[in-house]
Design a protein around this ligand. Structure first.
Ligand code: NAD
Ligand code: DAU
Length: 332
């Protein structure tokens, strides 16, 4: 298969590209990525010279470029590209509306024009909003609470509309909170690990009792791979690791692994509109045959170990050195 992957220089996209190239010796990938602050080519250093991989720097909102790449008739388009951080969406929602909604629309138009066979939208459990009891299923109503999740929900609805109205062969995956190597250190787990490695405190929002449903990134990658090969056109599939933890649970696990005590916790002002609990049922994908493989505790140990062993990767990001390098190489 030839795949067009967008946002492949980010956290999940780079793990997915590596997963596909390793698993399928005949597959080729083009990675279209704008290299925003979150895109990092060093996430793909080990495969950048692989003859089955090519990188194009560009924006999914760039109609001409998108049409050119889609006119080459990739067997599938997988759209990972997005603005993804909830706190940033509260500060600057426009970027989220532009990339997450208009960018997805630009890709859908191209998929319609060139009759792409498979279009997979990588979405999130946040489109369902917050749930205090029980778990979200694919039919749950969309009740997004942040500009990020509202933008992702807008994209999901546009994907649905293009499937219903124009018969664009779309599928959607909605995963819960991912963790693992190469996650940008603004998100809870990598921020807390790297702060503690720097002997800094960790900022817990509000009372820290919010619940997230964690999945190891390689399980999300195998779930998306499963949907690509076995999913039914027009369907939505939730992906999770079935591991609900409060933010304080996560914080204490990281503190213990890094030999720190609770004096390193700093309770700070809560996030506006903070979703209290996410919980995702993945029965639909389970019934199709997919299984998550990674045990949460072992995956957390592997993740903490990865950040310990790769200070160069996250220190460059945290110090701003990495952004300066990309500005020099690629302009703004
Ligand atoms: P990330 O922020 O690490 O990476 C996003 C990537 O998209 C970056 O490489 C960035 O340069 C690129 N990008 C941004 N705007 C672009 C544009 N206009 N054109 C081209 N490229 C652009 O994100 P992530 O955590 O890897 O998330 C990937 C996808 O998975 C997103 O769609 C996100 O909504 C979804 N998701 C993430 C999680 C999670 O826990 N991280 C969970 C569920 C769903
Ligand atoms: O659920 C999937 C979503 O998970 C993805 O769609 C998003 O792209 C991804 O960013 C993530 O969103 P969250 O808001 O759940 O992730 P984040 O890591 O920002 O925060 C996780 C929880 O930890 C949340 O309840 C807020 C809290 N938190 C976060 C940070 C960064 C803190 O208490 N302190 C912090 O410094």
């Amino acid at each position: 298969m030839n795949l067009l992957i967008t946002g492949g220089a980010g956290f999940i996209g780079s793990n997915f590209i590596r997963h596909i190239l390793n698993k399928y010796p005949g597959y080729k990938i083009i990675n279209l990525d704008k290299l925003t602050y979150a895109g990092n080519l060093s996430n793909l250093r080990d495969i950048e010279n692989n003859p089955r991989y090519g990188f194009v720097r560009g924006d999914i909102c760039d109609r001409k470029l998108v049409n050119f790449l889609v006119s080459k008739r990739p067997d599938a388009i997988l759209n990972f590209a997005a603005e993804t951080h909830v706190d940033r969406s509260i500060l600057a929602p426009q970027d989220f509306i532009k990339t997450d909604i208009l960018g997805t629309h630009t890709l859908l138009e191209a998929a319609k024009k060139y009759r792409t066979d498979i279009f997979i939208q990588i979405s999130t459990d946040e489109v369902y909003g917050s749930i205090l009891n029980g778990s979200f299923v694919e039919e749950s109503p969309l009740r997004p609470n942040s500009p990020y999740s509202a933008s992702k929900a807008g994209a999901d609805l546009m994907v649905r509309a293009y499937q219903k109205t124009f018969a664009v062969p779309t599928l959607i995956t909605r995963s819960s909170n991912n963790f693992g190597p190469f996650q940008y250190p603004e998100k809870l787990i990598p921020l807390f690990i790297t702060n503690l490695l720097e002997d800094k405190k960790v900022p817990v929002y509000g009372d820290g009792e919010q619940v997230r449903d964690w999945v190891y990134v390689l399980d999300n990658c195998s779930g998306i791979d499963y949907v690509l090969h076995n999913g039914q056109i027009g369907e939505i599939y939730n992906i999770s690791g079935n591991t609900e933890k409060t933010n304080l649970d996560i914080t204490k696990i990281i503190l213990t692994h890094l030999g720190k005590n609770e004096s390193y916790i700093e309770y700070v002002k809560d996030r506006p509109g903070h979703d209290r609990r996410y919980s995702l049922s993945f029965d639909k994908l389970y019934n199709l045959g997919w299984r998550p493989r990674y045990d949460f505790s072992e995956a957390m140990v592997k993740t903490i170990q990865w950040y310990k062993e790769n200070p160069d990767w996250w220190q460059k990001i945290k110090s701003g050195e990495y952004l300066e390098y990309y500005r020099e190489q690629y302009g703004k």
